[in-house]
Design a protein around this ligand. Structure first.
Ligand SMILES: Nc1ncnc2c1ncn2[C@@H]1O[C@H](COP(=O)(O)OP(=O)(O)O)[C@@H](O)[C@H]1O
Ligand SMILES: N[C@@H](CCC(=O)OP(=O)(O)O)C(=O)O
Length: 261
């Protein structure tokens, strides 16, 4: 059983930006409060956040995510700064310091870079600063070179959690992993406990239908498999109620809990 002492919380674009495409400030403020309280209670918190491109789409008054890679890079550059402004405001209200960490995939392939990254994050944790992590989308261009892009933050979150010895809580816009996409199949049923990922579960977990999220449930399931393969746990909960992070830590049956045998 995980003790949830060191926790990596990952939040998706679908939580940072609401269904109308606007920045979801109330949820972000509640998230900052919950993470700060947990930090003050002695947990070590790492936070992986998507949403740079999502908030920039709102800032720039666009209707949808552009397909062109340089346009997405530009949006990431615009939105990442704004995202940190929002987080600085939200966390400073609770007198919690945060630090920005932008990663590319090659960090995990290069032992020296990985050791340096882990040292920096451990130092932030020691100083009781919450690291706010995202992929460096401005330079991680998977169209040109797959080596340098995670493609989705679920994978980044799982890789980082494993390296940092943390368990993972993923916040999305659904209450759980369902037997099918609940947005398109009203018969879909929530799955509460997963000890092993079967082919049937893999087939159930499909892509995003929100328009802004990128990986959908498929990448979350891969992250869960990665965590379980490395003896770690993952919980998937709805980001609309960040207070449920505490419920996960307290062992309450909420969302979907992935725990290997
Ligand atoms: N079996 C499933 N159970 C739950 N959600 C699913 C499933 N299959 C596909 N999805 C989709 O995955 C979406 C969440 O992924 P995504 O939009 O990428 O979110 P985020 O931005 O939080 O990463 C849901 O809104 C839903 O449309
Ligand atoms: N790094 C990107 C998000 C990529 C991503 O994986 O998004 P999501 O599927 O919403 O977690 C951004 O900040 O816009």
């Amino acid at each position: 059983m995980a003790d949830w002492q060191r926790i990596l919380v990952k939040v998706g674009t679908s939580t940072i930006v609401d269904s109308t495409g606007q920045v979801n400030y109330p949820v972000i403020n509640r998230l900052a409060q919950v993470l700060t309280t947990l930090e003050k209670d002695g947990h070590e918190i790492l936070f992986v956040t998507s949403g740079a491109i999502g908030v920039a789409i709102d800032q720039m008054g666009l209707d949808s995510r552009p397909r062109e890679i340089p346009q997405q890079q530009a949006l990431a550059a615009i939105g990442q700064g704004y995202l940190m402004t929002i987080y600085n405001q939200a966390f400073s209200f609770y007198q919690q310091l945060i630090g920005q960490v932008l990663l590319t995939y090659d960090v995990f392939e290069n032992p020296a870079m990985l050791a340096n990254t882990k040292a920096a994050i451990n130092e932030l944790l020691m100083q009781k600063v919450i690291p706010i992590v995202n992929e460096n989308d401005v330079i991680a261009v998977d169209e040109l070179d797959h080596q340098h892009s995670f493609g989705d933050n679920d994978r980044l979150a799982a890789l980082l959690a494993e390296e940092m010895g943390a368990d993972l809580i993923v916040l999305s816009d659904v209450d759980a992993l369902y037997t099918a996409n609940p947005n398109t199949n009203p018969q879909a049923k929530p799955l509460r406990k997963i000890h092993e990922v079967t082919d049937a579960i893999r087939q159930a977990a499909t892509g995003s239908t929100s328009g802004l999220g990128t990986g959908g449930m498929a990448t979350k399931l891969k992250a869960a498999e990665y965590m379980m393969a490395h003896g770690r746990e993952m919980a998937l909960i709805n980001g609309n109620n960040p207070e449920n992070i505490r419920a996960v830590i307290e062992g309450k049956a909420i969302g979907t809990h992935f725990q290997g045998e």
